[in-house]
Design a protein around this ligand. Structure first.
Ligand code: UDP
Length: 328
């Protein structure tokens, strides 16, 4: 299949791009490079552009005779979405509207959307199946939920097949240590803990230890980036013009912030300096996937079932590339 990946130079997008190419598909990355890195796409085609540029999107779809879109491009920083909701709504909701308009004009009839477990938000169900009620608790999560609805509405009237993939927390790096997570500034837990061990010596902030969880810190389901990518390839290969699907992608297992710190200490052999500070606004207490549907319906089998193995790959990447892709 000929696939356009918006946000294809980002952490998740570029991992999916590599898996698609390995599986024999033709992939074009479309990225404004605000969060993305040109080196992350390897030798694949990269069009530098913003998803709010409908004309360039449509031209790219026509130039490469695109059959399907994988839509990763988005602002993803939960904390920032609280302080700057306009930026998130503009990028995520406005950007997707532009993308759907371009798809409609270029007659592209399939889309896979990177949604998030954060749309379940405050729903106390755990683990979470796809039919769980969505109760987002941050502007970021609300933009993703709005986009889910927007895609359904466009799909209905323009005969577009869609699959919504609600990811839990992407983690880890490629097995060879060449591709991994790098944001500037970094806000995600695992890279922050590993960066703390490697370089800064600065204290890690644990955002709240008074949540209704086992140790009081937030619990997340950390799914390896390679497993996340293999789920995308399966979902892409299953999509038709009539598909309307939703899958959770997670391991079914949860780790608290303190569990992650301990696992990073175990893998690296170093102690982590941290202090507990106030809760971060917009964080849900516990998000764990029930991935049964993905396993039974698409035959997905994660390779990484142990958080220590996942963190080992992240640690190898951070040691090999402490400055990430070194592009800025
Ligand atoms: N977290 C933390 N300190 C940090 C960064 C994150 O305690 O410096 C916590 C955060 O509150 C959340 C979990 O780690 O409960 C995972 O956060 P991350 O930003 O990695 O992913 P999110 O779940 O927000 O997508």
């Amino acid at each position: 299949m000929r696939i356009l990946l918006t946000g294809g130079a980002g952490y998740v997008g570029s991992a999916c791009l590599r898996h698609l190419v390995e599986s024999g598909h033709s992939a074009v990355a479309y990225d404004n490079l605000i969060e993305g890195h040109p080196s992350a796409v390897g030798g694949a085609k990269l069009v530098v552009g913003d998803i709010r540029d409908t004309e360039l999107l449509e031209k790219t779809m026509r130039d490469y005779d695109i059959e399907a879109v994988m839509h990763f491009a988005a602002a993803t920083n939960v904390g920032e979405s609280v302080t700057n909701p306009g930026y998130h709504y503009d990028n995520n909701v406005g950007g997707t509207l532009s993308l759907l308009n371009a798809m409609t004009s270029a007659r592209v009839k399939k889309i896979l959307f990177s949604s998030t477990c954060a749309t379940y938000g405050l729903n106390p169900q755990s683990p979470m199946a796809e039919d769980a009620a969505q109760d987002p608790c941050s502007p970021y999560a609300r933009t993703k939920l709005a986009v889910e609805w927007m895609i359904k509405d466009f799909a209905h009237i323009h005969n577009i097949g869609f699959t919504l993939l609600r990811y839990f927390n992407a983690a880890g790096a490629s097995e060879d240590g060449q591709f991994g997570e790098y944001h500037d500034p970094e806000t995600h837990l695992i890279p922050l803990v590993l960066e703390n061990i490697l370089a800064t010596g600065a204290e890690l902030k644990v955002f709240g230890d008074d949540y209704p969880t086992t140790d009081g810190t937030c619990i997340r389901d950390y799914v390896h980036i390679e497993d996340l990518a293999s789920a995308h390839v399966l979902a892409m290969e299953a999509i038709t013009d009539a598909t309307s699907e939703v899958f959770n992608i997670g391991t079914g297992d949860g780790q608290s912030v303190l569990d992650i710190i301990k696992a990073c200490e175990l893998v690296s052999g170093h102690k982590v300096k941290y202090k507990v500070v106030a809760r971060r606004e917009g964080d849900a207490p516990e998000l764990i996937a029930n991935p049964d549907k993905l396993m039974t319906q698409l035959g997905w089998k994660p390779k990484y079932e142990n958080i220590v193995d996942t963190i080992r790959t992240a640690w190898a990447w951070h040691k090999l590339k402490p400055q990430g892709y070194g592009e800025r």
